[in-house]
Design a protein. Sequence first.
Length: 266
Amino acid sequence: MPRIIVIGSVNHDRIWQLDAPLVPGGRIQFSSRTTRLGGGAFYTGQQLLQLGADVAIVSRLMRDDQGRAALQSLTTDGFDVEHIAMLPGETAPLEIFLEPNGERTIIAPAGRTQPLTATGKLSGAGVYINALALDQSLVDQIDAQPLVVTQFPLRPATPRPSDYVISSRNDVPDDLAHAWQRAGQIGGSRLKMLVLTDGTRPITLFDGSQTVEVAPADRVNTTNTIGAGDRFAGSFLFALLEGKTPAAAAQDASRITAEWLRRRGD
């Protein structure tokens, strides 16, 4: 049972299922509105728990009824919550507008870019990061871990020593050399590989000079892919810790994520 540190957000996602696409000045209806736990750390951690890992989350929650309930839920699920900071304040949900075609619009409350910090010493076989701002003490602890996978930040972010940077192909430049350069600005000298998912198209693995393409799992018909990228990343990290090659790990991660989407759609 490998010990894995997951660094990122645990959100209260309020998901609005819209009946039509968002358009400027439009007036649309929603068919459902549900609130549930989400966020990069939550979805990745859930996948890793299901694969058999011992998972500690580095995140923050508010010290109100919703935050305390979330902490209890995480504890019940089996997470190590020692490194979750409980802060004064009121929980603000993340608003997610989900269109019929699966397109998402996310509205986050202000003040979510404060650097994450660890409440205690971190030690694990691997680390996954999906966060923009990290304080220097946390970056130093990350550098001491043997395997680090980070999500490619979509906005300016704290550089963090990383062996693998993962992203959707839609979120990086088309030019792989440029994408590699940007990944290097995030991962630094430890960077070994850029991993790019692309829906039903091949997964691209790029090490700065050579490209390997991996066939993804069969398409799953779903309009809700929230959390799929984080599930992929968690499965990829777990497979690497099992000693699999990056190509085999990507194939495993694609299959496991597709199976999860299929079950959720049933």
